[in-house]
Design a protein. Structure first.
Length: 362
C-alpha cells in the first residue's frame, strides 16, 4: 500500500516500539523479583516480537474509518490501544502452543518448550515438562492482563476506553470459549463442516479481525449501527483469514510458516479443510486420513495425506470459500464507504489489509 499516511513496515515498527516501552515499564516493576523475573520478561519480549500485526492494524484503521486518520498525540494513543491486541494475541499463542503440544513458534521453541529446556539445563528438581507448562500458563495469563492495562492506559480517556474495554471483554470471552470448543472437538475426534466453522469463527475469526475493528471503532465513539456495519466486513474476512491459516497448516512451506510440514495434521486439528476432505474422500482414503490425524507423521506420510485432501476436492473448495468470503467483506466495506461515510483513506487501507490477510503465504 502506498496510501498517504500508511507505511505497513513503519506501522509494525511503531507497534513494536509501543510494546517495547510498555514491557520496559513492566520490567522495572518486576525487577525486585530477581533473575526469575528477568527470564519471564525475556520470554515476554520474544513472544511479542515480529508478526504481521493484523490485529493492531485492523484496530487502528477501524478507528480511522469512523473518525478519520488520527495524527499527533491521538495517533500515538490509538497505536498504544492497537498494540494491546498484540498482547492478547501473544497470550493466546502461548496458551495455544501448550494445549497443542507444539514444539515451535515462528521458528523458535514454543514458550513451554523453552522453559522446559531451561529446567533440564539447570538440572532442577521435579518434572521439566510440568515446569514448562506452568511457566507458559503464567506468562500467557500475564500477557492477557497486560492487554487490558495497555488499552486502559492508552491515553484516550475513559469516555473512549470504557466502551473499548467492554468490547475487549467480549473478545476475550469469545476466544477463550472458542478455544475450549476446539479442545473439546479434538478430544471427541470428530467435527463436521458446521462444527469446524463454529470453532473457526469463535477461536480465531472474531478476535483476529471483527473485534479489533470494533475496539478501534469504540475508541472513535462509534454507535451500535456502525459496529454492525463493521461486522459485515470483519466477520467474513476473519473467517477467510483463518481458512487461509488452515490451508497453510497443511500445505504451507515450513521455511515461511516457521512450523513443521503438515503441522496441523500431526496435531490432529479437525479444521474445515479436514472436515471437507473426510466428507468427500473415498471410504479408504477417509479412513486413512482420520486414523492418521494426531499421530507422528513422516514427510512421506504428510505428502500422502496432503494428496488425499487435495484429491478429495477439499483444497479447491476451501479456496473457493476464501474467495467468496473475501468478496463479501469487500462489498460490505464499499457499502460502509458509500452509505456511512467511512474515511476513504481508511477504506483503501482496509481493502489492502483484506488482500494481505487472505492471500498470505505465512
Amino acid at each position: 500500500m502506498t496510501d498517504e499516511g500508511w507505511d505497513p513496515a513503519a506501522f509494525r515498527a511503531g507497534i513494536q516500539d509501543e510494546l517495547d516501552r510498555f514491557l520496559d515499564r513492566q520490567a522495572t516493576r518486576l525487577a525486585p523479583l530477581g533473575p526469575d523475573a528477568d527470564r519471564l520478561m525475556t520470554e515476554a519480549r520474544a513472544v511479542v516480537s515480529g508478526g504481521k500485526r493484523f490485529r493492531a492494524a485492523f484496530c487502528f484503521w477501524g478507528f480511522a474509518a469512523v473518525a478519520g486518520v488520527p495524527t499527533g498525540e491521538q495517533a500515538g494513543a490509538v497505536r498504544r490501544a492497537a498494540a494491546a491486541l498484540e498482547l492478547l494475541h501473544a497470550s493466546a499463542l502461548v496458551h495455544d502452543d501448550l494445549m497443542d503440544a507444539s514444539d515451535t513458534r515462528r521458528g523458535r521453541p514454543a514458550t513451554h518448550r523453552g522453559f522446559e529446556a531451561d529446567h533440564r539445563g539447570q538440572r532442577w528438581r521435579g518434572d521439566a515438562e510440568q515446569y514448562g507448562a506452568a511457566a507458559a500458563i503464567l506468562l500467557g495469563d500475564l500477557l492477557l492482563s497486560w492487554a487490558d492495562e495497555l488499552l486502559r492506559t492508552c491515553g484516550l480517556g475513559w469516555e473512549r476506553t470504557g466502551p473499548a474495554l467492554d468490547m475487549l471483554d467480549l473478545c476475550r470471552s469469545e476466544v477463550i470459549a472458542g478455544q475450549f470448543l476446539d479442545v473439546s472437538v479434538q478430544a471427541r475426534g470428530r467435527a463436521d463442516v458446521d462444527d469446524a466453522m463454529t470453532v473457526l469463527r469463535y477461536k480465531s475469526a472474531k478476535y483476529s479481525i471483527e473485534r479489533p475493528l470494533h475496539i478501534g471503532a469504540a475508541l472513535a465513539g462509534a454507535d451500535e449501527a456502525t459496529h454492525d456495519l463493521l461486522t459485515g466486513f470483519g466477520l467474513p474476512l476473519g473467517e477467510a483469514f483463518q481458512l487461509r491459516d488452515d490451508l497453510l497448516g497443511v500445505f504451507g512451506d515450513p521455511a515461511t510458516t516457521g512450523k513443521p510440514a503438515g503441522d496441523d495434521l500431526v496435531e490432529g486439528k479437525r479444521t474445515v479443510l479436514v472436515a471437507h476432505a473426510l466428507a468427500a474422500a473415498g471410504a479408504a482414503d477417509a479412513e486413512r486420513l482420520d486414523a492418521a490425524l494426531g499421530g507422528p507423521l513422516s514427510d512421506a506420510e504428510v505428502d500422502e495425506l496432503r494428496a488425499i485432501i487435495a484429491g478429495s476436492g477439499a483444497l479447491d473448495r476451501v479456496e473457493e470459500t476464501i474467495a467468496a468470503l473475501g468478496d463479501r467483506a469487500l462489498d460490505a466495506l464499499a457499502h460502509g464507504r458509500a452509505e456511512a461515510g467511512w474515511d476513504p483513506t481508511a477504506c483503501d487501507v482496509l481493502a489492502g489489509l483484506a488482500s494481505a490477510a487472505t492471500q498470505r503465504s505465512h
